[in-house]
Design a binder for this molecule. Structure first.
Ligand code: ATP
Ligand code: ATP
Ligand code: MG
Ligand code: MG
Length: 243
């Protein structure tokens, strides 16, 4: 193809290539979901439809990108762990980040009507940003996933307590906030149990632990599984079969 005299401007493009032989984590997070969840009437503290939609969207990404080892999701975020030898887009960061954000957003919007009867509004469409983080060993990947799951646990225990005080205890949002100020985990468990007969450990596992999607090879076929299990302890890591 003939080159024009404008061709030189391409040399100004800066492209960050991600370090070879490292795990790449791509985390997508919904933009302004506090507002989205209000506008589309998400149930509080956990809207099942919204979480199911996040999960099927993430599964479609794991299917589409065979370089994905596993994915972990909670709230409006999903982390995708790519294999160490992943060569997708020659590991170009801008390509990875923009493709995951765009593909996740497109799949989420495409699948929305399967979960919500209310149609999306053109002036408030859900979108997702993305970032990459690299980790040298599976040990850091384990700690990364543990960090996200601990975040899920802390937020969900707080939100469950908060919305129980508001919706069942008749408190104002301000009163609920004041009541929970300075409380630790066992205070919140105790409050839920003594005042509302709620055993927090019996709440839905998807809400308490988030969702882990794994892709493992079984008899030559790539199988994608979804679970709501602890990823902090040893059990998951003994059986996951990750390289
Ligand atoms: P940012 O654009 O900075 O990410 P954000 O409003 O999305 O801002 P987050 O910290 O990502 O803030 O928090 C996501 C918010 O979305 C939560 O605070 C929660 O209110 C809401 N949310 C997400 N998923 C659900 C769900 N399944 N059910 C109810 N609320 C949800
Ligand atoms: P990559 O994923 O690397 O961007 P690509 O296939 O999208 O790969 P581009 O260099 O972006 O490659 O080129 C876009 C291609 O899409 C063009 O070569 C052309 O064949 C096709 N295309 C884009 N717009 C139109 C259009 N309006 N009508 C017909 N073909 C189009
Ligand atoms: Mg968000
Ligand atoms: Mg978030």
């Amino acid at each position: 193809m003939a080159k024009s005299r404008f061709e030189y401007v391409r040399n100004y493009e800066q492209d960050l290539s991600i370090l070879p032989n490292t795990y790449i984590v791509i985390r997508v997070d919904g933009r302004g979901f506090h507002k989205i969840s209000k506008e589309y009437d998400f149930a509080k503290p956990n809207d099942r439809r919204a979480l199911d939609l996040m999960n099927v969207t993430a599964k479609s990404i794991v299917e589409q990108f065979p370089e994905t080892l596993c994915a972990y999701g909670q709230s409006d975020e999903y982390s995708f762990v790519l294999k160490r030898d992943c060569a997708l887009f020659e590991r170009r960061q801008a390509k990875l980040v923009s493709t995951f954000a765009a593909t996740f957003t497109a799949q989420y919007i495409f699948r929305w009507p399967q979960f919500f009867t209310e149609p999306l509004k053109g002036w408030l469409l859900p979108t997702f940003d993305a970032r990459t983080v690299i980790y040298p060993t599976i040990g850091e990947i384990r700690d990364y996933l543990s960090w996200r799951q601990a975040d899920c646990h802390i937020n969900n225990l707080y939100n469950t307590s908060y919305w129980t005080l508001v919706l069942r205890g008749g408190m104002s949002e301000h009163e609920a906030e004041q009541t929970l100020k300075g409380t630790n985990s066992s205070d919140k468990n105790e409050l839920l149990f003594s005042q509302f007969s709620i055993n927090y450990n019996c709440e839905d596992e998807m809400y308490r632990k988030g969702t882990i999607i794994t892709a493992v090879r079984e008899r030559g076929k790539r199988r994608i599984k979804e679970a709501h299990v602890d990823v902090i302890g040893d059990e998951f890591w003994k059986t996951c079969g990750f390289p």
